[in-house]
Structure formats: C-alpha cells, structure tokens
Design a protein around this ligand. Structure first.
Ligand code: GDP
Ligand code: MN
Length: 376
C-alpha cells in the first residue's frame, strides 16, 4: 500500500527527521484557518498517491489565509494522473538552498536493498537519471547490516550530498525497517538557507504482507489501493487486479497462472488473477464471481477448475448461487474437469443460464473466452 505524502511526513517525523509544520484538510474554509495557524503564508499541496503534482498544478504557494482558501478550493477535487485530490496538505514554506533526492528501495534481483541518491533533487528520479545518469548514485545495502553511520557517509559521499544528510539517511533506513516499507523516498530533501536538512516531500510504500503487525494505519490501513482488491481481501479471496478484459478464476495458484498465460496466448489480456484455492466451497466461488463480475473492465469470465480436493459440483453450485444473486450481464465460459466433473457439468446444464457456456478443454475454453472479450 502506498501512503499519502502527509502520512509519510508523519512517519518521518516519528523517526526524528525534520519536516515542515503542516496540517491536512478537505475543506477550503478550514484551509484558511490552518494557514492562519501556520503563520499566513503556506504551500498548498494536493494529497494524491502519485508524483509530479508540482508540474500538474497541485502544489502552490499562497501568500495569506484568504488566498490559501482559494487555492485549496481550486486544488480540491482536481484530477492528477487519474487520482482525485480529496484533501490538501498546508505546509509552512521552507527557504530552499539546495534540493536532493534520496530513496531506499527493495532490490529483489540483488536480494537486498538499493540506496539511490542524487545532489540534483526536485524533479522525478527517472528524469534526473535520463538527463545526467552520472549524477545518480546507486549503492547496494545488505539487509542484515542496514544503513549504519559509516554506510550513510558512503552514500552521501557517492552522491555528493552534504555531510549533514548522514543522520537523515540513517533515520530514513529506520523508517523502512520499523514500518515494514518496501520503498521510502524523499524528493526533495532540502538544505534550507539556514543550513537545516528538511524532508519536503515523501513517498512510502508499505509491505502488505506486514499489515498484521502494522496497526498504525487502522481501518484505512486495511484498504488496498485498488477498490476491487479491497473488496476481495475483505472476503478472504486471493485476488490481484490486472489490466485486461478476461476475468480469470481457477483453483490453485499454479493453474491460475497458467490460465493467464493461455488467455494471453489466445490474444486476449487477463483482467485479474483469482485463486479460489483447494477445497473451495460454493460460497467462495460465488464471492469470487461477484468480485470479478463487478470489475467494469471485464468483458468475459473464464472459470477454469481442475478438481482435486476441490469438487466440481461444489464449484458449479457456487456459480449457480452467484447467478441467482448477482445480475450477470457478461458471458461466462466454464471448464470443469477432475473430481466430480460430470456432476458439476450437470448442475450447470440444469440451470441453463443463457450467458453460461461449458467447454471441456482448457485451451478451447480460453479461446472462447478470448473471442467473447474481443467481440462483445
Ligand atoms: P511533487 O511535484 O509531487 O514531487 O511535489 P513536491 O512536494 O516535491 O513539490 C514540488 C516542488 O515544489 C519541490 O521540488 C520544490 O521545488 C517546491 N516546493 C515544495 N514545497 C516548497 C517549500 O516549502 N518551499 C519552496 N521554496 N519550494 C517548495
Ligand atoms: Mn516531490
């Protein structure tokens, strides 16, 4: 899960990193009050989980509380790269002398973490790396050793950051470890005209697998970034949203993965991964189908079951239950094989829903689902 800037700011502050005084609101009137409390002049910043807000007009100075209200009114509801700004953060402005970039990110291939740092912060790192690759330092971090002061000094030195940033680099590593983050990024980390090192903007991605022991985010922390993934997680389903149009449901992660490949091999793109697991009950199937059918991108659904522990008739009962409870307006292609396949097929034949068709082979069913997704 990605955090909002104001949440990242809170984490940085909790770990002793300097951040500007700031408050969050969804109301322009309150923005005026907050600006007054912060001393009048503020930076108004859209809270959206995407970068480049500055360029998109989502970060703006307001000279006094009245203007802060007007600016907040303009930014609230604004769309930035498909994300709507429901709140703004008002921050005390900082006089910048220099802007730096620092981040730690999980490096799966290297089996460790990567420190990325540059003395040329402010713009997005991809842009810095494209313009002046030699200005970006990349240093491997052994997770067992972490970022000690000595390591931080090497990172600062490699990137050309001033020595005062060493303390922040160590603390930022503490944020990553203690908060179970996969990414922490500060851009810009600034040196103010008074010589202080301040984190002006932050991005933190938390590891969803550690959600159970990170209670800080409460109810909000339970929500996935994608609403369908959140709905599926609430039902205990193993669901991942993808960007295609063929909904895919199967039993067993391996079968579902190969189903995604077969669908792609037929020239279509899977809309999701959904594993209903071994020994799935009718209820799990009904829940799964409900989630997949509620995805507006889905144009056809391929239910691919190879019954081992899972009994095909239980799956068929689940499909029938879903057909009876949700309005099904999209074609379903069902392939049932293995344990109790004949009984399962009979259950579906008996229900005889006009949008449900059965195909006995995996390849044939994938082809049919792909056709339906491209022709309806
Ligand atoms: P982003 O565009 O989404 O990365 O948003 P940022 O929070 O990084 O803001 C964009 C840019 O606005 C920063 O790189 C700074 O140059 C500028 N900015 C943000 N806050 C302040 C501030 O308090 N003082 C000054 N002088 N500039 C700021
Ligand atoms: Mn930024």
């Amino acid at each position: 899960m990605d955090l909002y800037e104001h949440q990242a700011r809170e984490l940085f502050a909790a770990h002793g990193i300097s951040v500007p005084r700031a408050e969050v609101t969804g109301s322009p009137e309150q923005a005026r009050e907050i600006a007054r409390r912060l001393g009048g002049c503020v930076v108004v910043k859209a809270q959206v989980k995407t970068g480049g807000r500055g360029k998109a007009g989502g970060v703006e100075f307001a000279a006094d509380p009245a203007r802060a209200e007007l600016t907040a009114r303009r930014i609230l509801g604004m769309d930035i790269k498909g994300h709507t700004a429901a709140t703004v953060m008002l921050a005390e402005p900082v006089d910048i002398e220099s802007e730096f970039y620092v981040s730690y990110v999980l490096d799966r291939a290297a089996g460790g973490f990567l420190a990325i740092a540059s003395a040329e912060g402010g713009m997005e790192i991809e842009e810095i790396a494209a313009r002046r690759p030699e200005a970006v330092a990349r240093i491997h971090i052994d997770p067992a050793e972490g970022v000690t002061s000595a390591k931080a000094a090497r990172i600062a030195d490699a990137a050309g950051l001033p020595p005062q940033t060493v303390d922040v680099l160590v603390r930022l590593w503490q944020v990553l470890v203690r908060e179970d983050a996969l990414l922490v990024e500060v851009n810009p980390l600034v040196r103010t005209t008074r010589g202080a090192i301040v984190a002006l903007d932050g991005k933190v991605t938390l590891d969803d697998n550690a959600r159970y022991r990170q209670t800080r985010w409460g109810a909000e922390g339970d929500g996935r970034d994608d609403p369908l993934e959140a709905a599926a997680a609430a039902k205990g389903l193993n669901y991942v949203k993808l960007d295609g149009t063929v909904g895919v449901i199967g039993n067993g992660a391996g079968l579902v993965m190969s189903t995604l490949d077969v669908v792609a091999g037929c020239g279509a793109r899977p809309a999701n991964f959904l594993d209903i697991g071994g020994g799935a009950s009718a209820q799990v199937m009904a829940d799964g189908l409900t989630v997949v059918l509620s995805d507006p991108d889905v144009r056809s659904v391929f239910v691919n079951i190879f019954g081992g522990i899972t009994a095909c008739d239980a799956v068929a009962e689940g499909i029938v239950r879903a057909l009876d409870t949700v309005r099904v307006a999209k074609p379903l292609v069902v392939r049932l094989d293995g344990n109790n396949a004949a009984r399962g097929r009979a259950v579906l034949d008996e229900r005889a829903h006009p949008l449900v068709q059965q195909v006995t082979t995996m390849d044939g069913a994938a082809r049919r689902a792909a056709e339906l997704a491209t022709t309806v």
